[in-house]
Design a binder for this molecule. Structure first.
Ligand code: ADP
Length: 634
């Protein structure tokens, strides 16, 4: 506006001068600004209300006056003005130079040039603080509350923040200029313990509400506050004073206290555990002086805790190597781990203990826990077991010796009895044979039959005696085998030829398949076994049947098999026939020969030579007796 005024403009100049002085003396703030919001004029009223001088304000963006939350509002106003609208008596808040919030009533109108083009905006701001007396009073009082530690804010009926004390700035991080004008629950992202509606109705009814809220600070952190809302007056204004006490620190302290209490409880539990342990538990320092003991230690040693603490471990464990002993210096600390030792009671008596130290005593740790277990009972039990074991071993030995002695006596007795019996029997058999031969023509058939009876029964008796003698010798371990290399093939062939005639008489077919082999056996006993099996086969196979003798190599053994097509043996008796004197009931009826000892003797003979004897049989189909004998040189 530095161009020279024209004549026609002069009149206007005067008018402008008047106008300017009216503007200047107005109580209202009259502010001109460009469409971009830069302040172009600033009257005294503006200086008074906002605190900036004209030179400070002109050229500044108008936003220096507008609380940040209302910046959007300013943009809307500019839009409306651009459309040529005038805005009247619009109530809002602005911020003065010193940061105080001023309530104003705004009238805003566009400034047009001669062509009607909008070239700027005029704003008339009226300080309506006095008009809003109630709120003003409250706000003024609230300023005192800047001194308060709590966050204090005042909200209007729309929950818009109209006051924000220093405490609120400290707690939440927003300055009053940033917070005022904002909707408090949006700004603080409040979480309520109940619905907002419920809280509001409580305030309406009772005038205040108290509860815990969650708020979000400017830095995004969530905090808990104890919030107290008080309604202003009768509540018609809708104004609420809200005081928030930050509970974060308090909560942290409570948590800390709870943690400390839990720790204390845990410690107490540990203490109880140790106190109630059945073992003596003590802690010692590096010089082995006792620091602490549990109740079991007091009981075990008959000392009170006071007597024990401060004393050296040697007082109750005198047997252990002293501190400076070489073993203590050595790497080998086994002397201190799970070791048995002797402990001494207060009365001087000793008792056995298990010693466990952790860390081992030789480590000379600043603190070592020593656990001592009284093993008196365990030791006594061990001792008792050992004694019982020894006694039973002794008894067993004695009994064995006794039974061996008895066995030997029995065998000797049997041998001598057999011998005594055999001698007269040989005589009887010899003379009855002689009698049979020499009286062939003299005696009647009936008399001859008698002599035959005498001879056969005597032979049977002799067999029985021989078998009994054999078995008792084997069982007493008195049999001496003449083991050597035997030509099994030769022996088997020989036996075959000796039974062939007998078989022919009975009408039994004999076949054989024997391999060439040398076995390690007593030839006499080997022959005895085979003959016994063949005799049995012959005995239990009726005329018209067949007998087969086989031998084959099976690993390190020669397997000999005697197969017959005779009466067979039921499965239930196949085990029993190897027992002494056992004879299968129905098979032997009518067969008078046999003692029931043959198979028992055979099995023993085979087993002492390192082989096995077994049977497979099917009643009515026949039997197969097999035994093994080691092959020589293998
Ligand atoms: P024994 O002198 O009675 O033959 P063993 O001990 O040799 O005594 O046999 C016991 C019993 O086993 C016999 O009495 C018989 O009942 C049965 N036995 C043995 N060999 C055969 C066989 N080859 N066939 C059927 N039964 C047999």
């Amino acid at each position: 506006m530095s161009h020279r005024p024209t004549r026609s403009e002069h009149r206007t100049d005067t008018g402008e001068y008047f106008l300017a002085s009216i503007v200047e003396s107005s109580d209202d703030a009259i502010i001109g600004k460009t469409l971009e919001g830069v302040i172009t004029s600033w009257n005294r009223g503006a200086e008074r209300i906002f605190g900036y001088s004209a030179s400070e304000a002109v050229g500044q963006p108008v936003t220096i006056l507008i609380p940040r939350p209302l910046w959007d509002e300013e943009a809307l106003i500019l839009e409306r003005l651009a459309r040529g609208e005038r805005i009247e008596h619009f109530e809002t808040t602005r911020v003065a130079k010193d940061g105080t919030v001023v309530d104003i009533s705004l009238t805003i109108s566009p400034i047009r040039d001669a062509t009607g083009q909008i070239i700027g905006i005029s704003k008339i701001a009226r300080d309506i603080s006095s008009a809003k007396r109630t709120l003003g009073a409250l706000t003024r009082q609230a300023k005192l509350l800047d001194l308060a530690f709590e966050a204090i804010l005042v909200r209007d009926g729309d929950d818009r923040i109209v006051y924000w004390n220093r405490g609120a700035e400290n707690v939440y991080g927003w300055t009053a200029a940033e917070a005022v004008g904002g909707i408090s629950h949006d700004l603080l992202k409040t979480s309520f313990p109940a619905s907002l509606e419920q809280i509001r109705s409580e305030i309406r009814e009772r005038g205040h509400w108290r509860g815990e809220l969650q708020h979000t600070k400017k830095d995004g952190a969530r905090i808990s506050v104890l919030s107290h809302w008080v309604r202003e007056g009768d509540g018609a204004s809708g104004i609420v004073l809200e005081t928030n006490f930050d509970l974060t620190e308090q909560k942290r302290r409570i948590e800390q206290q709870e943690r400390a209490r839990a720790e204390l409880e845990l410690e107490q539990n540990y203490r109880d555990l140790i106190q109630h342990a059945p073992d003596a538990i003590l802690q010692i320092d590096r010089t082995r002086d006792i620091l602490v003991v549990n109740a079991a230690a007091e009981r075990m040693f008959g000392f009170s805790a006071r007597d024990l603490t401060g004393r050296n471990l040697a007082r109750i464990l005198p047997g252990y190597p002293p501190l400076d002993d070489a073993t203590d210096q050595s790497e080998d600390n086994s002397a201190w781990q799970a070791q048995e030792g002797m402990a001494r009671r207060a009365d001087g008596s000793y008792f056995p203990v298990d010693v466990n130290a952790n860390p081992p005593l030789s480590h000379r740790a600043s603190r070592t826990t020593v656990v001592l277990r009284d093993i008196t009972e365990r030791k006594a039990a061990q001792e008792e077991i050992r004694r019982l074991q020894e006694r039973s071993v002794d008894e067993l030995k004695q009994r064995n010796a006794e039974s061996e002695r008895l066995n030997r006596l029995k065998s000797e007795f049997m041998a001598s009895v057999s011998h005594e019996l055999r001698t007269p029997l040989h005589t009887i058999i010899g003379f009855s044979e002689l009698l049979e031969e020499e009286t062939v023509d003299l005696l009647e058939p009936r008399q001859k039959k008698y002599i035959g009876h005498i001879r056969r029964d005597s032979e049977h008796l002799l067999n029985l005696i021989n078998d009994v003698l054999d078995l008792s010798r084997i069982e007493a371990g008195g049999i001496v085998l003449q083991a050597g290399e035997v030509d099994a093939h030769g022996v088997l062939e020989e036996i075959l030829s000796s039974v062939e005639r007998q078989a022919e008489q009975k009408g039994i077919a004999v076949s054989a398949h024997v391999v060439e082999s040398k076995i390690l056996a007593d030839p006499h006993r080997f022959r005895q076994v085979v003959e016994n099996l063949l005799t049995n086969a012959m005995k239990f196979t009726p005329g018209g049947g067949a007998i087969r003798l086989e031998s084959s190599v099976a690993g390190q053994f020669l397997r000999v098999r005697v197969i017959d097509s005779g009466v067979g043996i039921p499965l239930s008796e196949q085990k029993l026939i190897f027992e002494k004197f056992y004879q299968v009931g129905n098979t032997t009826s009518g067969v008078r020969q046999g003692t029931g000892l043959g198979l028992a003797i055979c099995r023993q003979l085979v087993e002492i030579q390192g082989g096995e004897l077994w049977v497979e049989s099917e009643p009515g189909q026949g039997s197969c007796f097999s035994f093994t004998v080691p092959i020589a040189g293998r």
